[in-house]
Design a protein around this ligand. Structure first.
Ligand SMILES: [Zn+2]
Length: 237
């Protein structure tokens, strides 16, 4: 990815965008990658989106991020077996944490459909995934628009991309431009003019691994797609 400097109001940079603590009051601060590097494949792209947050928050998401990665890895690969994993990081996590592997295995259910065929259903732990989805949405909104979205969102949604109906998927994929340009100095404005890492309104962090879009139409909406499999949306009213 290209590095894009931004010139938004520096006063907005004083809080941790996850817990709203003043960064000057925090014991320590960290540079937080949004999304976490573990969602990406090696070699990592250069100039990944990074924001400054308090260290406590920075560390507090890693267990849920690991869970999400292992869970999606198992769903996409159809198995919790480490050697069956398509994503190398999922393989590593499922090898390293047998209790997590067991927990995900227990979330696998088989059911007969109307045609008598066996269907496999994986039941996620929704609160853990929502926590990561919201974290990333706050990070993307802040990185692109300089907006600290400290309040609770109206809506946090996630679903497998292949499960969306054609019309819902089309609406999800379409990033409308409402004619209002992003704020002067924001990274998103720079992207609008330069097209940097931008494909039809989506910011491509790494092809096939992660993309996101931030829409500001009165309300703020952040959409992401992880592994071209999990679609997420967070809306602040
Ligand atoms: Zn914090």
């Amino acid at each position: 990815m290209d590095q894009i400097p931004e010139f938004v109001d520096q006063r907005q940079k004083s809080w941790c965008i996850y817990c709203s603590k003043w960064l000057s009051d925090a014991k320590a601060t960290n540079r937080d990658h949004v999304p976490t590097k573990s969602f990406l494949r090696l070699p990592l792209p250069e100039n990944l989106p990074v924001i400054e947050v308090c260290s406590e928050c920075n560390e507090s998401f890693s267990a849920d991020e690991q869970y999400m990665l292992a869970f999606l890895g198992a769903v996409i690969s159809g198995s919790t077996a480490p050697d069956a994993q398509i994503h190398p990081r999922a393989e590593r996590i499922l090898t390293k944490y047998p209790s997590l592997k067991r927990r995900i295995e227990e979330a696998r259910q088989e059911a007969r459909n109307l045609f008598g065929e066996t269907e496999v259903l994986w039941q996620p732990e929704p609160e853990r995934i929502k926590r990561v989805v919201l974290k990333n949405a706050r990070g993307h909104a802040f990185y692109e628009y300089g907006e600290p979205m400290l309040s609770d969102p109206a809506h946090v949604y996630f679903a497998p991309l292949p499960s969306l109906s054609t019309s819902v998927r089309e609406a999800f994929e379409t990033i409308p431009f409402n004619g209002v340009l992003p704020e002067v100095g924001s990274r998103m404005l720079t992207r609008y003019f330069s097209g940097q890492d931008l494909d039809a309104g989506w910011v491509i962090v790494q092809e096939g691994s992660y993309r996101y879009a931030v829409l500001q139409h009165g309300k703020l909406t952040v959409r992401t797609v992880l592994f071209e499999y999990l679609a997420t949306e967070v809306i602040w009213a």
